[in-house]
Design a protein around this ligand. Structure first.
Ligand code: ADP
Length: 477
């Protein structure tokens, strides 16, 4: 049995801004089921909910600050969560990275540097918790200083650093190095320095014993300039200690046979229920109810990463065809406005919902026929896996986790029954349009479509598989 300390800036359902929280809420549970002693450590934000109030366990003194550690549990589990309690930094309304108005915390570097120091103290068993982990599993730049600080310790646990998105690096002016009082020997070009700036993520990339990212294809992509944001050289240098492990999905929450958000549940052998969800979705969103018209869905953050501009470029052409398009998302205001303009122009074909709405996300996954996910880059992506489980065939760009989880419908994959969606290479509207046309061709052949749905619904995306890969990695260190 391994003792693993899992450090994350967010954990579902305590606090969530994105996919990292889903991983931090699910992977420890899956490892716990594999009988590992795993504990989570995260800051004690004001916005934490859905758990028992933290019980005081100890005080750790770092950089002349007294920091309390509180203990709670991950809901419906015995998994200990240690909350790093330092009210001047964390007891404010807002999310882990921004205030209530979406402005980044001006002292975000101080916040996560303090968090990293505490994680390092707990890792070295100097926090009076009487628990010495074998492995510290760090996630994204907010925890990047942990492997760096631990590299200076003599008898330290092994360190793993997981990249959930290379686009966020935790870069600060060089002066932050002194202000955060970081050990001078870490400040070097093959350490925390990045072109004269302080880089938190480099702490993970340069010093962790092992680096992982959330899909095998993304692990390759980040070694190239297009996806590496200037760190491709370092990642290529570390390629012998870099692997991609796909995220799983929560197969209890995302299960069309039991989903409480659906009025009619269904399975691969009873797809009539899916039809009922489609009619209900059309009605709910004010579109003409029609079981035969192909219904496209999209859910996600409306940002450049997700390739929404490609969809916007295709909309004028696809809206002329007999098809419907429903979208749920929020993000870039100019994208939101352009989408809403299209909905006004084509009220019979297009329904746009701006906002964050979990029940509607489930209803779209169940009611749509085809799911669009033309991301420019996608470290892993979850929605394309939910879609397949719901028999909603995804159209994806062949990048990152999308390439690793969707099998394009081609003559040979249709014949060997591995086809589970559609993919295209070029981040161009014409390539997306071509994939849409291919999907419509197969959609018109009901028998083939049903087989495709069954292929997709039969795929295994659970956390158990991924967790056993992480466990193999921990054991190898
Ligand atoms: P990312 O982490 O880059 O945002 P993922 O596909 O990995 O993308 O995960 C996004 C998660 O957030 C999924 O669970 C998705 O269903 C959910 N989500 C995104 N936008 C919305 C929204 N507007 N309403 C409900 N759920 C959303």
């Amino acid at each position: 049995m391994k003792k693993i300390l899992f450090a994350s800036s967010e954990t579902h359902p305590l606090i969530k801004t994105g996919g990292l929280a889903d991983v931090a809420g699910s992977l420890p549970r899956a490892l716990h089921e594999l009988e590992q002693d795993i504990r989570i450590i995260m800051p004690n934000y004001q916005g934490i909910k859905n758990c028992e109030p933290g019980r005081y366990v100890c005080t750790v003194r770092v950089s002349n600050n007294d920091v309390h550690i509180l203990e709670t549990r991950l809901p419906d589990s015995d998994i200990i969560v240690w909350l790093v309690d330092y009210p001047p930094f964390f007891n404010h309304p807002g999310n882990p990275y921004t205030d209530e108005n979406g402005a980044p915390w001006p002292n975000i570097g101080d916040r996560f540097a303090l968090f990293c120091r505490i994680v390092a103290e707990v890792a070295m068993d100097r926090a009076y918790l009487h628990w010495r982990p074998d492995v510290i599993h760090c996630n994204d730049w907010q925890t990047g200083l942990v492997p760096a600080l631990l590299s200076l310790e003599e008898h330290r646990p092994a360190t793993v650093f997981t990249i959930h998105n290379m686009a966020y690096q935790g870069l600060f002016p060089a002066s932050a190095q002194a202000q955060l009082n970081l050990p001078g020997q870490l400040w070097r070009p093959d350490g925390l320095e990045y072109h004269g700036m302080l880089s938190f993520i480099k702490g993970g990339l340069a010093f962790a014993d092992w680096i992982t990212t959330v899909s095998p294809t993304y692990a390759q992509e980040i070694q190239t300039p297009e996806f590496g944001y200037g760190l491709e050289g370092l990642l290529a240098y570390r390629r012998d200690n870099l692997t991609g492990i796909l995220n799983g999905i929560d197969t209890d929450i995302w299960n069309p046979e039991t989903d409480p958000h659906l009025s009619r549940r269904y399975s691969a052998s009873d797809l009539d229920g899916k039809q009922a969800n489609k009619l209900e979705l059309q009605q709910r969103l004010g579109l003409p109810t029609n079981a035969d018209i192909p219904l496209f869905g999209l859910i996600g953050r409306l940002v450049e990463q997700k390739g929404i501009d490609l969809v916007l470029s295709c909309l004028p052409e696809i809206a002329q065809r007999p098809m419907q398009f429903v979208l749920l998302g929020s993000g870039d205001k100019s994208i939101e406005l352009r989408l809403q303009d299209f909905a006004r122009l084509y009220p019979q074909n297009i329904a746009i919902t701006i906002g964050y709405n979990e029940p509607l996300a489930h209803q779209i996954e169940a009611g749509a026929d085809i799911f669009l996910m033309p991301s420019r880059f996608e470290p892993c992506g979850l929605n394309q896996m939910y879609s397949q489980r719901y028999g909603t065939l995804p159209i994806v760009r062949r990048t990152g986790g999308l390439a690793d989880t969707v099998t394009d419908a081609l003559p040979e994959t249709l014949a060997n029954r591995s086809a589970s969606g559609f993919s295209f290479n070029d981040p161009a509207p014409s390539a997306l349009l071509e994939a849409i046309k291919r999907s419509l061709l197969l959609y018109s052949d009901k028998n083939t479509w049903r087989k495709l749905q069954q292929n997709a619904m039969g795929k295994e995306f659970s956390w158990r598989l991924s967790a056993s890969r992480y466990l193999d990695l921990y054991q190898s260190l």
